[in-house]
Design a protein around this ligand. Structure first.
Ligand SMILES: [Zn+2]
Length: 77
């Protein structure tokens, strides 16, 4: 993801939830996923290592790292 300006990407998103393990953002403006090019639904930044995700639905996931933090782009199926 070296070509992606992550700070700029996050600035386009809406922060929905933040706790000590994860921060999640909703993509309300259809920003394209840097991994697959399709607009993603949510971005999850893992702030703890390791971190568990509690998924409530079946999702396609794209994964990257930024500053040694895992970032996950979710796509509803
Ligand atoms: Zn993707």
């Amino acid at each position: 993801m070296e070509d992606v300006d992550f700070d700029e990407l996050v600035a386009s998103l809406t922060l929905r939830e933040e706790n000590q393990s994860v921060k999640s953002y909703q993509n309300t403006v259809a920003v394209a996923c840097p991994a697959c090019g399709e607009p993603f639904d949510d971005l999850v930044v893992c702030q703890e290592n390791p971190t568990s995700l509690d998924l409530t639905m079946q999702l396609d996931l794209c994964v990257g790292t930024v500053d040694d933090q895992a970032v996950i782009f979710t796509h509803k199926q």
